[in-house]
Design a protein around this ligand. Structure first.
Ligand code: ATP
Length: 430
């Protein structure tokens, strides 16, 4: 029996993943497979942080069992198969009580939703939830024959239902560990040292941003999450987690490894004919203006894609990535990845495919004396030796400040769903 939940936290406390951990620990059922952490449209305005929804499959398990975490010293396993489904009423009752107790219901923006289903939902819903702002009535119509529970306006049923439609074509893992209500302060330097541990494994990603001194495995607000290690190998994730736990004496109460769509670029639609606000795209087109910046350190450049005139944006948080934008000129051809807000594509990464020639006028050489002429005004050049006059400049190419290649925002500015370039070959992309 699938149980999905979303929208339980506020911006400064709780985390829906912690509620799932509590449900896993307190439930009388086994977990089938892994718990799932599914990120949805990153451009939804009412998200708290990373627009993540969670689901688990509950029942009596059989077949091989895989370690998926621990809670209060007890090991938690995910089973390969289900031999008996969980009782629907039991599941909704138990989940409602835990969600009701732990959710930040006083926060006006917190509207938890629970969906229970004995089957996955059609993947079209997942794709839609990555691109659009879905109306709650649309979801209630899809789940009308299922058990679901809304707290307050129940907006969380949108993310919850969409998480059950995740097609799992591209999968990564994240291990999150917890202490409720939050772990005591770890100083910044120590956080940087800790974040170096998973970084030793090539299969992990988004651990640390050295350049910007940002230990990305730690959440910014205080929540029950202590840290999260992301990667494509669950073994490497577990090894680095154990090393951190032992070396730094981290006194966590639980840790769970999730299957996720993080780092998969599942939100990116490739080269569509029509663009919609709030969608995320890869668009191949031509740079159409010189770069410019506005107050606050946000950098932009004009870009044409099919009939669309857009701006590509590298906002201040993207730090050194802004130099990439500054190095482009009209005529360059790029594939830009990002999300659309009005006529601005907020960049996550960019493939520079072709760099146009950057030309400069220089004084020509005197054909008789073979010395460089001197400029005496517009298109007026004189030989300093024989005085011969020339009216046509010599056109030379200037070395460009950028080469064709792939460029991505630094870890500090990376979105959960964005595929880091280092994962491209893992997912069979060149
Ligand atoms: P956290 O990551 O800390 O759990 P969050 O960023 O996921 O928080 P929520 O508090 O869960 O934010 O709020 C997200 C809200 O957006 C939920 O109500 C969810 O149902 C809803 N939602 C998710 N995707 C869509 C979508 N495509 N269209 C409309 N609503 C959506």
């Amino acid at each position: 029996m699938y149980l999905a939940i979303d929208d339980t936290d506020s911006s400064n406390s709780m985390c829906t993943t912690y509620i799932i951990e509590r449900i896993i620990t307190e439930s009388k059922y086994d977990i089938i497979g892994y718990p799932e952490l599914v990120r949805l449209n990153p451009n939804i305005s009412y998200k708290t942080r990373g627009n993540g929804a969670l689901n688990i499959n509950l029942g009596r398990g059989s077949g091989e069992k895989i370690l998926i975490g621990f809670s209060s010293g007890r090991k938690i396993y995910g089973f390969e198969r289900m031999y008996m489904d969980a009782d629907e009423d039991d599941v909704i009752e138990m989940a409602s009580s835990i969600v009701g107790d732990l959710s930040e219901l006083d926060d006006p923006k917190t509207n938890p939703g629970i969906v229970v289903s004995n089957e996955r939902l059609d993947e079209h819903l997942y794709k839609k939830a990555l691109q659009e702002d879905i109306n709650i009535n649309y979801i209630e119509n899809i789940i009308k024959n299922k058990r679901y529970k809304k707290f307050k306006n129940g907006h969380g049923i949108i993310g919850a239902a969409a998480s059950l439609a995740w097609n799992k074509k591209r999968v990564t893992y994240e291990l999150l560990n917890y202490r409720y209500p939050h772990y005591e302060n770890i100083e910044k330097d120590k956080k940087m040292d800790i974040a170096m541990i998973p970084e030793k494994y090539q299969s992990t990603f988004n651990n640390i941003d050295y350049r910007n001194k940002y230990p990305a495995i730690f959440p910014k607000p205080k929540t029950p999450v202590i840290f999260g290690i992301r990667g494509i190998s669950r073994d490497d994730i577990f090894k680095s987690y154990m090393e951190i736990r032992e070396n730094y004496k981290i006194d966590d109460e639980a840790a769970i490894i999730y299957k996720t769509n993080q780092g998969t670029d599942d939100h990116i639609l490739h080269e569509p004919e029509l663009l919609n606000d709030l969608g995320s795209y890869r668009l191949t087109g031509t740079i159409s203006s010189m770069p410019f910046s506005i107050e606050g350190g946000h950098h932009f450049i004009g870009f044409t894609y099919h009939g669309y005139s857009l701006y590509l944006a590298a906002f201040e948080p993207t730090k050194e990535f802004r130099h990439v934008i500054d190095s482009l000129i009209p005529g360059d051809i790029v594939s830009a990845y990002g999300s659309l807000d009005g006529n601005t594509l907020k960049l996550e990464k960019i493939d520079v495919i072709y760099t146009a020639d950057l030309l400069k006028n220089e004084p020509p050489f005197c054909t008789k004396c073979n010395v460089k002429t001197r400029s005496k005004g517009k298109n007026d050049y004189r030989c300093p030796v024989c005085g011969a006059r020339y009216h046509t400049p010599r056109i030379t190419k200037i070395k460009r400040g950028i080469e064709p290649g792939r460029y991505e925002v630094p870890v500090i500015a990376r979105r959960h769903l964005s595929m880091p370039l280092k994962l491209a070959s893992h997912f069979g992309l060149q």
